[in-house]
Design a protein around this ligand. Structure first.
Ligand code: BES
Ligand code: MN
Ligand code: ZN
Length: 521
């Protein structure tokens, strides 16, 4: 779909659909009010009849509104005006686009982006409208020989900004929104691809394509080179599969100073997790194709950051392999030596994520990173703890945890800070090796994070357990691209800090200080 930015009156739009907002208790937005006036109260009549009460997320499509030049006017409920915040705005945009796909309108002009949301500028309004729209319109049907239902995707969406002087900011917001949207699409596509297509080799090739498209440096190592690095923990997982392991490394040199310490993103890339010799039960095992969603989100966030050309040095590291049982597979009881030199007793071959990540974390040391964030569908226990709402967040640096929490909050991609206390480390004791790879069922997400922390001592580190948030089950099964929005927001905030932009309420602002808002109510 094509996006556009425009400033202009709703009644003058010669287009298939004009989208305007209506608050609860019959309050019209500025754009809705203009349409109401030109049509001699047509819209307020409809509202008076009770067909549109302004409830958040409700929509009503009107045809032939007098004296307008458009074919349709879509009214979108915004809820109570005083409760209208970022979350409500996103929700309204989401339902407007869903409703739009139910019409045959090929083009629309949306005035929702013209609204004001406290603490957010025009740029943000447009950015989020684009991100939400791309999210709603996403389909994964490339393996359907014919599509179930004809999906109607509008050809063109124009987002309105209040004033001509806002056009440039709107355009900037759009570019950012598209970059985030493209990163999310990449993450969803990789996640949704079947595991016979999305193999470690495929992930490597895809990473090279991303690097090539944006001129980033890239390196994809095979089993021999991985062995030479001493990553025997990583390779012990790959051993049971006929698919070769890959270690993917992408580099974005965006900082003014090329020697600036990089931010390293590490993503778990298990392209299929059967459990290995500690085989998983059969039911729902297909969902373990999503066990590379950490890798997918790291590649997606990297793509977005590079497309936005963020002034940061960013490195993405993805250890990728399958976890399969065969005669050569790692067995419970095996002891492996990690790249760090620490030995690991593999008590359960299904706790494989940490075995590949620990070597990637050690590898990250060579870049003298300022910060390392790993992202992994690491534990079922995290799903039990936090459900499908929050990502589990662990860190050896509280200020880093706070930054990530704030970034997630900002873009409705939330995480929850979990403990990494020493008492939990005890559970990883092994009588035969430096540590065991499991710590028992209680606190399973925490002991997994504790395991990783032993390999992340050289830098500020955070771990995101996305087992509950990376994909949805049920009838709308599919990858969510979480936490791409969180990661991109975090990087964006770091870029703002690097540029010396103002930090307000704990959150850096992109622009020079604006007029101070009146925060009285
Ligand atoms: N990939 C799984 C974690 C997972 C399970 C994610 C279910 C999403 C849904 C991971 O490799 C795994 O199998 N973890 C084990 C660890 C256990 C053996 C200590 C788990 O969570 O059961
Ligand atoms: Mn597993
Ligand atoms: Zn796994």
């Amino acid at each position: 779909m094509e996006f556009n930015i425009k400033s202009g009156s709703p009644e003058k739009q010669r287009v298939a659909c004009v989208i305007v907002g209506v608050y609860e208790s019959r309050k019209l937005t500025f754009a809705a009010d203009l349409l109401d006036r030109i049509s001699n109260g047509f819209i307020s009549d409809v509202i008076r009849h009770g067909d549109m009460e302004g409830k958040l997320g409700s929509t009503l499509v009107l045809h032939s509104v007098p004296h307008t030049l458009c074919d349709r006017v879509m009214l979108v409920g915004l809820g109570k005006e005083r409760d209208f915040r970022a979350k409500e705005y996103r929700e309204a945009v989401r339902s407007s686009i869903k409703a739009l796909t139910q019409t045959s309108a090929g083009e629309a002009v949306s005035y929702l982006s013209e609204l004001t949301v406290k603490k957010h500028d025009v740029e943000w309004m447009i950015e989020q409208a684009a991100v939400v729209t791309l999210d709603v319109l996403y389909r994964f049907d490339r393996f359907k020989s014919k599509s179930d239902e004809p999906v109607r995707e509008p050809r063109k969406l124009t987002l309105a900004v209040p004033r001509r002087s806002d056009l440039a900011d709107g355009e900037k917001g759009l570019q950012r929104g598209l970059a985030i949207g493209n990163g999310m699409r990449l993450a969803k596509d990789l996640g949704n691809l079947p595991p016979n297509v999305c193999t470690p080799t495929y992930l490597g090739e895809e990473a090279l394509r991303v690097a090539q498209a944006f001129g980033s440096a890239a390196e994809v190592l095979g089993p021999k080179e991985i062995a030479e690095l001493g990553m025997h923990s990583f390779l012990s997982v790959a051993k049971g599969s006929v698919e070769e392991a890959r270690l993917i490394v992408l580099k974005h040199q965006g900082a003014k100073d090329k020697n600036d310490k990089p931010i390293v993103l590490v993503g778990k890339g298990i392209t299929f997790d059967s459990g290995g010799i500690s085989l998983k039960p059969g039911e729902g095992m297909d969902e373990m194709k999503y066990d590379m969603c950490g890798a997918a989100t790291v590649l997606g966030a990297f793509r977005a950051a590079v497309e936005m050309n963020l002034p940061l040095n960013i490195i993405a590291i993805v250890p990728a392999c399958e976890n399969m049982p065969n005669g050569n597979a790692v067995k419970p009881g095996d002891i492996v030596t990690s790249m760090s030199g620490q030995t690991i007793e593999v008590l359960n071959t299904d706790a494989e994520g940490r075995l590949i990540l620990c070597d990637a974390l050690t590898y990250a040391e060579r870049f003298s990173p300022s910060t390392v964030i790993d992202v992994a569908t690491l534990t079922g226990a995290c799903v039990i703890a936090l459900g499908h709402i929050a990502t589990g967040l662990y860190s050896n640096q509280d200020s880093l945890a706070r930054e990530l929490l704030a970034a997630g909050e900002e873009v409705a991609d939330r995480a929850w800070h979990m403990p990494l206390w020493d008492e939990y480390q005890e559970l990883l004791k092994s009588p035969f090796a430096d540590m065991a790879n499991i710590g028992g069922r209680p606190g399973g997400s925490i002991t997994a994070a504790c395991f990783l922390s032993r390999f992340a001592k050289a830098y500020d580190w955070a771990h995101l357990d996305i087992a509950g948030t990376a994909w949805k089950g049920g009838k709308d099964k599919g990858a969510t691209a979480r936490p791409v929005p969180l990661l991109v927001q975090f990087l964006q905030d770091r870029a703002d800090i690097a540029l010396g932009n103002v930090v307000r309420r704990g959150r850096p602002r992109r622009e020079t200080p604006e007029v101070v808002e009146d925060d009285q109510d």
